[in-house]
Every structure is written in C-alpha cells, then in structure tokens.
Design a protein around this ligand. Structure first.
Ligand SMILES: Nc1ncnc2c1ncn2[C@@H]1O[C@H](COP(=O)(O)OP(=O)(O)OP(=O)(O)O)[C@@H](O)[C@H]1O
Ligand SMILES: [Mg+2]
Length: 383
C-alpha cells in the first residue's frame, strides 16, 4: 500500500517512520527542496496549488493524508476526487479558520474563551469591547507557534496591536481577525484521539503542555492529576469525530480553567504534544494515524511503562540541537532529530523523550537536560 502525505515536515517524516514496519510506502508533496520527510520517501517538490503536481501525487497512491492544516481546500478536493483523503476535507476547512472553528465548537457545545470577530481597525475596537480586557488578538488564518497574535492588556495598546498583527499592510485596511478573552488558565492540556474507518476510537491520556515565546517546549504525559478531566476531554473529541465522520488522529488544545476545560483550537492531524507517544504509549499517534487512514485496526494509546504507571516528558529542541553523544549520555533518553540543517532560531529541529516512574523522579532527570542546546525548560521542570 502506498500513502501520499501532503506536507513533508517532521510530522510526515514520523508518520513514515511509523508506517515502514507495517510494509507501507510513502510519497510526499512539499514545496521545500529540503523537506525533512524527503530523506525517507519519494518527494514531489512543488506548490500545493500546482495542479500537475497534485495529479502526479495522486497517481498510484492508495490513500492520501496531510500533516499540516493549511493545505488549500481546493487542492484537497482535487486529491479526494482521485483517491480517498483522510481526515475529511470538511475537517480541514474548519481547522483553517479560527473564527469558523470557534463558532463550530459552539454548535457542538464545546466551551471556549469568549470571542468576537473583526475585519478592520474600527471593528477591532468593538470586538475588544465585546470580550473585555485582557484580550488576545489573532489572525484568523495561517497562525502557528503564536505568530500573528497580540496580547492586549490596555486600550492604549490598540494601535500597536493592529500594527503587530499586520493591520497596517492589509489591503483596503481589511484583515480577518478574532479577538478572544485572555484566559488566566491553570495550565494547558491537549487531548489526542484517533478514529478508525470503522468508527472505533482510541484516546491518549491528557498531556500537559508548557510554552515559551509561543512555542511548545515541554509536554508531560499523562498530565499530572488529570484523571478527573479525561472524560470531559474525550467527550469533546468524540463530538468532533461524530460531527465530521472523522478518520485519523485529531488533537484538541485545551485550557484548564477553574476546574473545567475550554477548547483553544483543534488540529486535524498528529500534534507536537503527542510526540511522547512514540516511546511512551503502546501505539504512537503516528502509527495510529497511519493505521486509521489505511483502514487497519487501531492500537492502544495507553502508557507503555510498567503497565500504566510512569510519566513521560517530551522536550522540544528549538533553534539548536545537542550533539547525539551529548544527549544520549543521559540514560534512557530517546533522541529524535528531524534532519533539518544547521541552527535556525525558533524552528523545531528535534525532540527528546524520557520516561520515569513518577513526576518527582522525572523532574530530577529534566533538570539535567536543561543545559543542552535547543532546550528551554519552563519553571515546572527547573524549580
Ligand atoms: N484566549 C487565550 N487566553 C490565554 N492564552 C491564550 C489564548 N489563546 C492562546 N493563548 C496562548 O497562546 C498560545 C498559542 O495560541 P494558539 O494555540 O491559538 O496559536 P497557534 O499559533 O496556533 O499555536 P501553536 O501553533 O503553538 O498551536 C496558546 O498555547 C496559549 O499559551
Ligand atoms: Mg495552538
């Protein structure tokens, strides 16, 4: 069986790494000549809008999927006309626009921060008045790693905010924005779930996520003290699954706020906060995604360590990476390098995972990793 993946970044690369043991073959479409997945599969180097390239991509593959959600919906439709494409293109359209997504969450009774939309500078003022201060202003489309966002704490900053999100260079002074109430959350969590073609579902334990500078730095899985929240998170994912007749892996980023869960955003794909599952779970998010799109039975998402005990940390390598001998000198550590060349500020170049029997033991181990290049551990791991 041959799988076509739209996008050839590290997520596509790790999907292929999970699929090769199952005897599967892979083809990638990615405009970047040095796409990380290109090192381990056939790489069509072309734009996602290139009709001829899309046709070559679809030629001879059995099923298609994607590893990032900004695949143009028209391109997704063109692929789907040729081969099955999972998750469904309807999921893509919902995932691509923060406003459409939040409105849609509402219809599914999934709680979010208060929000309002804005299309120009005057709207922005009205939207901020609607949700109140502090607020966070985001471009509706194409944001990632906190890009295109501004946290507004006072009315004086409105001009600065409009400028920061790109308002000054917007054609006709129009820019599609969403303004959200700023949630003073207790912590950030995510639920990753997989749904097979037969409707069978697998849920991973909630993960606790720590960001710095808008970029995920550290994930702990399972999230400490999250048992009471797991059911609520699974219900949210199930509603999305049912509404979209979903096949594949889905991620919902969550805020824990006043003991409840609010959905921040969803990703209709495998997710950075699920990388821990490669070593930490019985079946990784990548393998389950591949199994789902191929119509194979899903594997358990339960923890691998000690029959359900233990906690795994996933540490992102951002902008720089340790030498392998340096990282692997830490007993039990697993290193993943994505095959991107050189240093690159703010870019995800790899990650490391480490499992320990309990959180205190894990924190001791994490402290020892804090000095490695590319590692920045927020308070939780260094205090
Ligand atoms: N309404 C909010 N209240 C408080 N913090 C927020 C809010 N929205 C976003 N944030 C913070 O900003 C981070 C990035 O926001 P969001 O997930 O919407 O954007 P993104 O650029 O798509 O991020 P990523 O690519 O890392 O998932 C969140 O993980 C959270 O820390
Ligand atoms: Mg996010």
């Amino acid at each position: 069986m041959k799988i076509g993946i739209l996008g050839g970044g590290q997520l596509g690369r790790m999907m292929a790494l999970a699929g090769y043991p199952l005897g599967l073959r892979f083809r990638f479409l990615d405009p970047s000549p040095d796409a990380p997945a290109g090192q381990l599969g056939e790489h069509i180097c072309a734009s996602y809008e290139d009709a001829e390239a899309l046709s070559r991509f679809a030629d001879g593959i059995d099923v298609a999927t994607y590893e990032f959600e900004n695949v143009p919906t028209a391109s997704a439709a063109a692929i789907r006309a040729r081969v099955p494409l999972y998750p469904p293109p309807e999921a893509l359209a919902t995932a691509q626009d923060r406003l459409i997504q939040k409105n849609w969450f509402k219809t599914l009774d999934i709680a979010t921060a208060p929000f309002a939309d804005a299309d120009n500078r005057r709207d922005l003022e009205r939207a901020v008045a609607d949700v109140g201060l502090p607020a966070i202003i985001k471009t509706r489309r194409f944001g990632y790693d906190g890009k295109g966002q501004f946290v507004l704490r006072s009315w004086h900053e409105l001009d600065a905010a409009w400028k920061a999100v790109g308002g000054l260079s917007a054609p006709d002074g129009k820019l599609p924005l969403i303004v959200e109430g700023f949630v003073s959350f207790q912590r950030e969590l995510s639920i990753i779930a997989a749904r097979g073609k037969d409707g069978a579902t697998v849920f991973y334990p909630l993960a606790e996520n720590h960001h710095r500078g808008g970029i995920l730095r550290l994930t702990l899985a399972p999230a400490p003290d999250s048992d009471a929240l797991q059911g609520e998170a699974e219900r949210m994912a199930s509603r999305v699954f049912d509404a979209l007749h979903y096949t594949g892996v889905l991620t919902i980023e969550l805020f824990q706020h006043e003991g409840k869960l609010l959905a921040n955003e969803m990703a209709t794909r495998v997710h950075n906060s699920g990388h821990w599952s490669i070593e930490g779970a019985v079946t990784s998010q990548f393998e389950n995604h591949i199994r789902a799109v191929c119509g194979l039975p899903l594997g358990s998402g339960a923890l691998k360590a000690g029959g359900g005990a233990g906690v795994t940390a996933m540490v992102n390598l951002i902008g720089d990476t340790p030498e392998p001998h340096q990282a692997l000198a830490h007993a039990g550590l697993h290193l993943h390098l994505y095959g991107k060349s050189g240093k690159a500020p703010g870019r995800k170049l790899g990650h490391m995972t480490l499992t320990e029997a309990d959180l205190p033991a894990l924190k001791v181990r994490l402290k020892a990793l804090a000095a490695l290049p590319g590692v920045e551990l927020p308070g939780v791991a260094t205090a």
